[in-house]
Write a protein that binds this ligand. Structure first.
Ligand SMILES: Nc1ncnc2c1ncn2[C@@H]1O[C@H](COP(=O)(O)OP(=O)(O)OP(=O)(O)O)[C@@H](O)[C@H]1O
Ligand SMILES: [Mg+2]
Length: 363
């Protein structure tokens, strides 16, 4: 074969390879990234002068794929894979050092490698953007659902508030009429107790729907946190749960409704205690950034299942056995945080347990 013929053949191989890689990339799917990279590596290999002896290795964020097992002593050329201008991996070609020298790689092969690395980087960028768009869409759908639920809930709560107040009022009136009837009085007490319970549920619903009157003022939240903890000190001890408070600042000022702040901390701590194992540790952290006061409450319990993570802030979502919880605590917290223009996220702690992070804007 003449030199020109050989060069031409190499060029054809290279173009075929580029064409194949491009088609693989067009059809790339984020869920099958490993397979896609493998296919790219296999195509790329065919573009080299000694396809049977060349190993292609692609390494990116967390994924590594190669066409062969490995070459122990190798000569290599490589090219960086950049995602959003940041080096996030490499594309490498290897030959066995016992048979080849680094100079055996052609200049064109380095160019081919660079070209494919660029394409892979672009593909990873595209997949990253797709992923972000999807998660943004999910977040918006969730916020929509929550706000619709909030409106429905506010309606229901309003409708129930008056009749419940009437039931309570008339039951109290009956009490005097039935003074001499012990049995009837006992029944009446049950009616009253249950009505009070229902009114509490309605109150929580109204909190969730931000229908409670709010009294905003400048508060130092540290005493609020300490208060809520003191209120729960006995519960911590009874349930054999330990706690630690990590606050470095002397004061943390914020514009907020102090009662609602206590309500946030109280609800999160009640949950943390409930879901803590015996002798588990609950950590309460508060700090400030330039714009926000950040509150973190974490525990060492089981954390959330993926399903629970989606639904924790929805009213009536509970995994507690019937009678133990109404599933309103976190929806109330969510409502309060939203009315303070803040954000709340629930996550699983990488070690173990749940972690809630609340950010409330300082002004
Ligand atoms: N710290 C936590 N660890 C694990 N799961 C949690 C934690 N906090 C909340 N959850 C999950 O979120 C659900 C909803 O919590 P939420 O406080 O809204 O309601 P609840 O605690 O079940 O009932 P209520 O607060 O009305 O007594 C819980 O049932 C539980 O599944
Ligand atoms: Mg709760």
């Amino acid at each position: 074969m003449s030199k020109t013929e050989q060069a031409l053949q190499e060029r054809i191989k290279e173009l075929t390879c580029l064409y194949e890689v491009s088609s693989i990339i067009v059809n790339a799917d984020a869920k099958l990234l490993q397979d896609t990279l493998k296919a790219i590596a296999n195509s790329l290999k065919k573009g080299f002068q000694y396809p049977d002896k060349t190993l292609i290795l692609i390494t990116t964020d967390g994924i590594s794929t190669s066409t062969e097992l490995s070459i122990e002593d190798a000569v290599t050329i490589h090219s960086n894979i950049n995602i959003f201008n940041e080096n996030k991996g490499t594309l490498e070609a290897q030959l066995n050092a016992s048979e080849f020298k680094k100079e055996d790689f052609l200049k064109e092969e380095q160019l081919l490698l660079d070209n494919v690395a660029l394409k892979v980087g672009n593909m990873l960028e595209r997949l990253e953007i797709q992923k972000n768009e999807l998660s943004l869409k999910r977040q918006m759908e969730r916020a929509d659902r929550l706000s619709i639920l909030g409106e429905i809930t506010a309606g229901i709560a309003h409708e129930l508030n008056t009749p419940l107040a009437n039931i309570l009022g008339f039951a109290e009136l009956l009490k005097t009429d039935l003074e001499n009837n012990k049995k009837a009085l006992a029944d009446l007490d049950k009616i009253i107790q249950n009505t009070i319970f229902s009114r509490e549920v309605v109150k929580k619903l109204m909190f969730f729907a931000c229908e409670m009157p709010q009294e905003m003022k400048r508060v130092n939240i540290i005493p609020n946190i300490k208060n809520a903890i003191n209120l729960l000190d006995a519960t911590f001890r009874k349930e054999h749960v330990k706690y630690v408070v990590k606050i470095e600042d002397e004061e943390l000022w914020l514009r907020a409704d102090p009662i609602q702040l206590t309500q946030i901390i109280f609800n999160l701590l009640m949950n943390a205690i409930y879901f803590s194992p015996k002798d588990g540790l609950v950590t309460i952290e508060a700090l400030q950034t330039k714009k926000d006061i950040v509150l973190k409450i974490s525990d060492e319990g089981e954390g959330f299942t993926p399903d629970a993570l989606e639904k924790v802030f929805q009213p009536f979502f509970t995994t507690k056995p019937t009678g133990d919880g109404s599933g309103l605590g976190l929806s109330v917290v969510h409502g309060i945080v939203a009315s303070h223009k803040g954000t709340i996220i629930a996550q699983n702690n990488p070690n173990k347990g749940a972690i809630f992070t609340i950010a409330l804007p300082k002004s």
